[in-house]
Design a protein around this ligand. Sequence first.
Ligand SMILES: *[C@@H]1O[C@H](CO)[C@@H](O)[C@H](O)[C@H]1NC(C)=O
Ligand SMILES: *[C@@H]1O[C@H](CO)[C@@H](O)[C@H](O)[C@H]1NC(C)=O
Ligand SMILES: *[C@@H]1O[C@H](CO)[C@@H](O)[C@H](O)[C@H]1NC(C)=O
Length: 415
Amino acid sequence: MGQRYAAPRSILLLLLLLLSFAGATSDLYYSKLSGIIIPGFASTQLRAWSVLDCPFSPLDFNPLDSVWLDTTKVLSAVNCWLKCMLLDPYNQTDHPECKSRPDSGLSAITELDPGYITGPLSSVWKEWLKWCIEFGIEANAIVAVPYDWRLSPSMLEERDLYFHKLKLTFETTLKLRGGPSLVFAHSLGNNVFRYFLEWLKLEIAPKHYIQWLDEHIHAYFAVGAPLLGSTESVKATLFGFTFGLPVAEVGYYFAPSGKPYPDNWIITDVVYEYEGTLFTRSGNSISGNPGAASGDTTVAYNSLSWCKTWLGSKVNITRAPQAEHDGSDVQVHLDVEHIQGEDIVPNMTRAPRVKYMTYYEDSESIPGRRTAVWELDKANHRNIVRSPVLMRELWLQMWHDIHPDASSKFVTKGK
Ligand SMILES: *[C@@H]1O[C@H](CO)[C@@H](O)[C@H](O)[C@H]1NC(C)=O
Ligand SMILES: *[C@@H]1O[C@H](CO)[C@@H](O)[C@H](O)[C@H]1NC(C)=O
Ligand SMILES: *[C@@H]1O[C@H](CO)[C@@H](O)[C@H](O)[C@H]1NC(C)=O
């Protein structure tokens, strides 16, 4: 399942890395860091908080029963399951007969239906945990901030005080460990995090906003971020997920609201697929290709590449093979002009059958900070989180940062 769409020739995935250095490059500093994980769409467990009698089925829902995702119940009591799953399309309230809420803690994102059908789903974040621990972040300094991915950001705050609690999470980890956090956001989690940053601007006094960010956030890793630009939001864009499950594609519709960011990308609908048919929370019919044939097969390339707008007016571009290489196939273009509003398309070659990684780096436009976008050929949206290539690059970059003799701002890709 999920193989219905022809594989695109080149799948790209972008990662954005924003390192802010509050003047600290010592081992001691690193031992104070925390890792905060913001999972992607459909990556948080939801549990029932109701008693729901499912007619014609021995499988009822009781409080704490898993709703997202209990595949047995999806298969054998789908109408009943939908009552627990779907929200009212207009006011996002629970179905009168069933109410579900997200689970909390790391297990909410690492133990997502550890069933035989979903196999890999449950382990997506385990590799990250391992990476963090190997990097020297203590296991108890890794915090997951799961959320109800069925809700729009404004409802997350209204119903669950999600952003309020997220702010407290950053403040608690700083108080507990004495240092800022590394933020790892995947997929929709990036929109959630970006919304948080905007929400925060209104929450704390303007002159303290940047200071708050410097104190609490060391780096932000945006993996597979569907950061829709304004032009893209005009045509409602659907991005779907493939779980290899009967309920395979789920996604959000975004629509223009005519308002400035972040309210310009309000989520207007949620899309599910069951047995090959797409249906929506609102009941509206869906047109569109659920398996976008560009980008990383889930998120359109335009949407991913939007994070390049965070780069300054000059960008250093390097393209190198993803696999181990001898440095002979490394292309570097320094200080390439970046016209805001236009995509940066490197004038570089690709040898056939080689998977490349293209780095766009800017260490100049914001003093003391560095921004990089990493583009991986043929990366898979979901599995990127545990891609060994990505782990290796993160690892190298982080160690490069604390190396006392590091002379360049970013890791050198050639030999
Ligand atoms: C939400 O909308 C439904 C109907 O669409 C209505 O029955 C329900 O009372 C509404 N809830 C709130 C809190 O407005
Ligand atoms: C791309 O690079 C090649 C060789 O370096 C050069 O001949 C060509 O003019 C460049 N194209 C553009 C659009 O810059
Ligand atoms: C590009 O790299 C050069 C050499 O390392 C460096 O001096 C320059 O600041 C970099 N440019 C940007 C935009 O980061």
